[in-house]
Design a protein around this ligand. Structure first.
Ligand SMILES: [Zn+2]
Length: 446
């Protein structure tokens, strides 16, 4: 198994290179649209019933005309270069991956049944993929740690065919033992970026079974994150100032005359601000994911579909928080750091007492968990988010091998059901019991 990582760096093409890359994007966009047109025509020509005349509604393509799949279309590229000489300006590998991209989108559509590839409008093509590297495309002295990146990137270049050497801010070095596999150049409002895919033969131990200290996580709007160990991460509207500025910019944009120069300038500013917020959020989420990995070994989250959550009345805030993205990032960080990551059933986690598992109804305004059955949360405050994180942790333990460790003792008591209930009522939550055994501390009593 190989390990693939994507490192993203900022690049600084000079004005000539920038014009060139812009031109490439436009050529790629046109060839993408051309290939898509061919695909669509083929499909349309097969829609008409055999015994009807297709003159009126459908294109005529002979029945022998092969389906324009990836390889035929890719093989057409050299011929197309003769008809459209501008294609020759773009590196041929970039053109090939561009066609590949259309067929990836097509395969996605075939598998999922939605998301038919669309024509790209002017300016919608935003990335170029350079595959295959012979040798290292990066040149420069090894970066000096502790020196500001601005000084470090002086002298560092990334070399690509036809474009030549482009300045790159190598703010973190490529780790030893990794080989550069491909480079994707992306145009954003903030500037140009290179996402470098690096690969290594290092085998990461695949974490199949949970181990060590279990940790349940609950994400929400009141506190961004709550853990079963009562850690609360505040963070609602943590981009308040950024959003206020976005609003101002959007308002300015709406007052400009469409398609005027000033409109274009204002539009760029709005896009930049969107970029800024997205970068900041991602940075925050990565840091938080590492923090979580510091706190536990087996991490459990809900298997909730955040897209449905975003359709609710707090939709805008849910989208802003980017919970789905956080879950993906956490999963990735867990993999890299060798921690276990698992998902549990999300139904009713906030309405269940983590201590006695009784249903405790709460409305959205109830901030604390108070269980009348077992008294959990009566003497001291238990935040509702912490309670649901503990319930998530319970479920994670039960549905995996961690639960077997807990059961060894419980089973003896379970022979008489009443005793087992008493065990819970004494207030020894499963999660606390297991972490007690982990650390070897004395028995926990509520
Ligand atoms: Zn209870």
């Amino acid at each position: 198994m190989t390990l693939t990582l994507n490192y993203s760096y900022r690049i600084y093409p000079d004005s000539k290179q920038e014009a060139m890359l812009d031109q490439w994007l436009e050529i790629c966009r046109r060839s993408y649209n051309y290939a898509l047109r061919e695909l669509k025509d083929w499909i349309a020509s097969r829609k008409c019933p055999v015994d009807r005349c297709s003159l009126e509604s459908e294109y005529i393509m002979s029945a022998e005309y092969p389906f324009p799949s990836y390889h035929p279309q890719q093989n057409q590229l050299p011929k197309a270069k003769k008809v459209f000489p501008e294609l020759a300006k773009v590196s041929s590998q970039v053109l090939q991956t561009n066609v590949r991209r259309l067929h990836d989108a097509w395969d996605f559509f075939r598998n999922r049944g939605f998301g038919f590839p669309r024509f790209k409008k002017y300016g919608q093509m935003k990335s170029l993929l350079f595959p295959q590297f012979r040798g290292n495309p990066l040149t420069g002295a090894s970066p000096v740690l502790g020196v500001s990146p601005r000084r470090n990137w002086r002298g560092w270049h990334i070399k690509r065919p036809k474009v030549g050497k482009v300045q790159i801010n190598l703010h973190r070095p490529i780790p030893n033992g990794f080989v550069i596999k491909q480079v994707r150049v992306i145009k954003k409002a903030k500037g140009w970026f290179a996402v470098i895919s690096i690969q290594s033969d290092i085998t990461l131990p695949k974490i199949e079974t949970p181990f060590g200290h279990p940790l349940g996580l609950d994400v929400g709007l009141n506190s961004y994150l709550a853990t079963s160990d009562s850690y609360l991460e505040k963070g609602r509207k943590f981009f308040k100032t950024e959003h206020r500025r976005l609003k101002v910019l959007q308002r300015r944009l709406s007052r400009k005359q469409k398609l005027s120069n000033n409109y274009e300038k204002a539009r760029k500013k709005v896009e930049k601000q969107h970029n800024h917020i997205a970068f900041k959020r991602k940075d925050y989420q990565f840091k938080l994911a590492h923090k979580v990995c510091d706190m536990g070994d087996s991490i459990f989250m809900e298997d909730i579909d955040f897209r449905t959550m975003a359709k609710g009345f707090l939709g805008k805030h849910t989208l802003d928080a980017g919970f789905g993205q956080f879950r993906d990032i956490l999963k990735y960080v867990c993999k890299v750091r060798g921690k276990y990551f698992g998902l549990v059933d999300h139904r009713g986690t906030s309405q269940t007492c983590p201590n006695c598992r009784a249903e405790v109804r709460k409305s959205l305004t109830d901030r604390f968990h108070v269980c009348q059955e077992c008294g959990y949360g009566v003497d001291y405050f238990v935040d509702r988010d912490v309670a649901s994180a503990q319930e998530i942790c319970n479920r994670g333990i039960e549905t995996t091998t961690l639960g077997l460790r807990g059961k060894e003792t419980v089973c003896q008591v379970e022979v008489s059901g009443v005793m087992s209930l008493d065990n819970w009522r004494r207030g020894i939550p499963l999660w606390a019991e297991i972490s007690r055994r982990e650390s070897g501390s004395p028995r926990y009593t509520a």
